[in-house]
Structure formats: C-alpha cells, structure tokens
Ligand binder design. Sequence first.
Ligand code: DGT
Ligand code: CA
Ligand code: CA
Ligand code: ZN
Length: 580
Amino acid sequence: MARRNEEVARLLENIAKLLALTGENPYRIRAYTQAARTLTGISEDVEELHRTGRLIEVPGIGESIAAKVAELLETGRSGYYEELKLQVVDAAAELLDVPGIGPARAKLLYGRLGIASVAELERAAREHRLRSLPGFGATLEERIARESARVQQRTRRLLLGVALPAAEEVVHLLRSNPAVRAIDPAGSIRRMKETIGDIDILVSSERPDAVMDAFTTLPLVKEVLARGPTRSSILIADDLQIDIRVIRPEEYGSALQYFTGSKDHNIALRSVAIGHNWKLSEYGLFDQSGRRIAGDTEERIYRALGMDWIPPELRENRGEIEAARRHQLPHLVELDDIRGDLQTHTDWSDGHDPAERMVEEAIARGYQYLAFTDHSRSLGMAGGLSIDQVRQQRQLIDRLNHQYAPFRVLHGTEVNILPDGDLDYPDEVLAEFDVVTAAVHSAFGQPRERMTARIIRALQNPHVGVLNHPTGRLLLRRTEYEVDVEAMLRAAAANGVTLEVNGQPDRLDLDDVWSRRAREMGVLLACNSDAHSTRQLGHVRYAVATARRGWVEPRGVLNTLPLERLLSHLGRRGRPARAA
Ligand code: DGT
Ligand code: CA
Ligand code: CA
Ligand code: ZN
C-alpha cells in the first residue's frame, strides 16, 4: 500500500495555514509545519507508527498533534481541521498558496476586494486593482500576477515523482490478474517527463470486462469517475486521476506507441509512414490495401518503418527518428549502471537518518560507495557543520569504512557558494574532503551577470569536484535563478568540474535539455539522489531518467565509475584522494 505520510503532512500543513489566518501564536503554527516536514522525510510509514503506538516518539510530534494524526488515519477526516475551516473564510485560505501572500494580505484582499480564489487574484492583479491596497505596490502586484498563474499551473500538473509511484502501484496490482496479458504506463509517465498532466495506463486483454471490474474495485480507488467497456477513470488518494484503456493484443503495440507520444514524435513518425504510402494509427501500421503490416509490438512497428526501437524517454522529436534510422541512437545510461551516490545528507545536518543506516541502505542497493555531503557552516537553518564538526564526522567515517569494507564512504561536503563566489570553508579545510560538491543556497535574486560570475568563480576553485543542482529551479514553485548556463557549462568543461543531475522530484536539475548540451560540451554529469533519508536514496532513478531524456550514456556519468576509477578521477582535481 502507498504510504500516507504525505497525506498526513498535508493535513498538518493546512492546519498551520488556517491557524495563521486566525492569528494563532507562531510557536503553535511552527509545531505543525515542523511535524509535517518530519513526516515527509522519515522512512517509517506513519500508519505503522500509529499502529504500534510510536507516533509520539517522533521528534516534534506531541500528544495533541498525534491525536489529530490518529483521527485522520482512523476516520479519513479531522474534526479539528473541519472546525478551523468554518472559523476561517475557507476561500481566503486558498490565497495563502501564492508566494508573497501571508495571512494579513489574504485578509485584506478578501475583506476589501472580496477576492476568494487564486484565479480571481490573478485577474485583479492583471487589472491593476491591487495597487490601491495599503502595502501593495506595482512591483508586488506584478509578482502576485506571476505567482498566481504559477500556482494554478501547479494544480494542473503533477511531479513525476508523485505520479510514477501511483501508476506503478496500479500496474503492480493488476499485473497478476489472469485477464491481463500486458500492462504498461503510457503518455508522459512512460517518457519520464518531469511533470505529468494525467496518468495513462494501457492493458492488453481479450476480456476487457474483467479488467474493468478489477480496475474499478482496486483497494486504492477513492472514486470511480467513469466506467466504459474499454475505458475507465478512477480517482485515488491525493485526487490523482488514472485513466485506463483496454486494447486487443494484436493492436497493443500500436496503441502503446500512439499513447506514449509525444504528440510531436507521433506526427513525425506518421509522416515516415506516409512516405511509404502507409498509414500509422493507434490501431496499427497498414499498407495501401489496408493490410496490417505491424501492430502487436512497438519493435515491429519501428522496424517496419526502417528504424531501431526508440526508448520512450527520447520520443520528443528532438532528432531521435533520424538517429534511429541511421542506427545511431545513444546507448542510454541505466539505473543499474550507477555504482554510488555523490550527494546525500545524514542527521549531522538536515538529513533524517544516521550515517550507519544510510550506508546499510546503499549497500543493499548494490552500491560500491556513498558520499556524505552534509551542509556547510553558513547554512544554519539546515544544521551546517562547523569545521570542528567536519573533523568529528571524519572520525566517524573512518570507523564506518573500517566496519563496512570494502564498501567505501566518501567524506564530502555540500559547501555553500557565498554571494561573491567564495566558498564557505577555507581551502585547507576543503582539501581534507574526499569530494567537494558546491551549491548556491542563498542570494538567489542576484542579477544574471553577478550570479554567473559567482558560480564560475566557485568552479575555478581547484578543490571543487561537483556543482550541485546547477540552476536552482524548484519545479512548479520557483524558476531557475538568473544565470548564463552556457557560460557555466563552458567553465565546468574548462575546469573539469562535474555537473549534477539532481534526482529530487522537484529539482531534476540539470534538466534533460541542459544535460544533453553539457555532454555535447564535454562536461561530465553525476546522477545523484540528494537523499535526506534512506528512502530517498531511491530518488536517483529520477536523475537517471532525466539524463536518459538528455541522451546521456553511461560514460557521461561520473558515478557509473567503479570505486578505484572514481577515486583517481576525483584525485585529479588538485589533491590526492585519501587512501581508504
Ligand atoms: P501530459 O498528460 O500532458 O503529461 O502529456 P501526455 O504526453 O501524456 O499527453 P496526453 O495524456 O494528452 O496523451 C497521451 C498521448 O496520446 C500523447 O503523448 C500522444 C497521444 N496523443 C494525444 N493526442 C494526440 C494527437 O492529437 N495527435 C497525436 N498524434 N497523438 C496524440
Ligand atoms: Ca498523460
Ligand atoms: Ca491522457
Ligand atoms: Zn543542496
């Protein structure tokens, strides 16, 4: 079953928001947001914690919050939250989703202008009706217009990291059904696009009725939206909508090809078929007389059209059809190629799990090495490490290396790039790490030239091995900071610095297009999880998916190297790697 941690966390966050609207004291409000954050990060299942009476052992969860969590888990609702909603104008609460709008401004917008939804807010901002309000200037008005557009966009699309596990669970539950011959996620999920509009699943079967029965009665169904003979839609937790289509086996390949998309890829592929005087549709590939040339598998369709089968991640009409015709498709990196992770956090900074548990999970994943890259000292909020703590952590890492040999724990840091491009530790401290990863975590608002110069300066520091989440975007929330990415890539190439493809579902940074460009320019990439818990080590799959969408091959990814070659690569930058 899916974990309900996220659902519970959202309730706690909503309570915090409503409390803020009622003018509750900040300590209580913070208790709820902290508890929400903790629940999202921990690897334990919240239902399990509740069942075994250990909820109140979770840091930051006292009896009062535990009681509300218990009620939600047992009854699916929260009386406390319902009551709060009645107290507060429910609609005004929606405005708080817009960055820049706090409780005071929400009250003002509702009270003075009667604005009760994000859509109305956007319209009012575009019509310049906000600037007359006290404390609202033209700049804020512009920002609100932009941010409320983004909030509405966000509610229309989902992160791949949310949609994919849900789709996979449905696929897993149905696969063993005897009426199901084959089942696959299609659409943007199969292409591993960074955000997903809706979830499409295809089933090959000769008994559509039986498949529909099974689908619409899955235990995770919250609501059946539509049920037809070969097509149905359900709603599951978090209001995720899943559409399923049942296809006859002889048409399954062509349907899978068609519904995988992208639309642009399909259009280009269809014109190849037209070039042969053939017709390609979701029902098959047919010649002029209507005879079926192919249809049961995708491989046969692509082969009949004179090309290699194209991995779904490449189907964006970015040159893949030409490459497939010439038999020159890239040999894409795979999850199994990854030998270790070069960005992870432990409970020494803002991670949730102790170093030992991270190591054990990495070993269970089949890794040869794992770098701990806890935050550096100026990131107080995230428990950045003082120089003393760095040295204490090294003793622990030496112990772990002894205990878990031949597995190798690398002592790393995610060192802040300060606003002027200096790094957050002096060079002699940086020289002691096995791997230095650097990142921008502050002063995001710098103008483009300053930000670009700042990052390039960091790339020129001979101790820096990797630049983390290079553009700083947060999907559906914050665009990248202003930076000349081409110049950044050139500097990375010139200085031999690896650029990260960060696997956190809301980062995927570098993205697919920049990853491809980076490789063209000779820049190495690292597919990392940026895990803040053992469970999140699995996020590396999204980094690999993004790299695959960027045509990246295993030799383009630093952490496909076995340990010895990784160490010698890291040593090449300025200082010898420490002997194990
Ligand atoms: P999404 O859901 O917005 O993340 O993106 P997709 O790619 O999953 O798009 P969706 O769900 O609208 O349709 C699934 C696939 O069906 C799409 O990738 C390609 C195919 N498709 C949909 N509409 C058309 C169309 O008008 N022409 C062609 N050639 N293919 C289409
Ligand atoms: Ca879709
Ligand atoms: Ca769809
Ligand atoms: Zn970071």
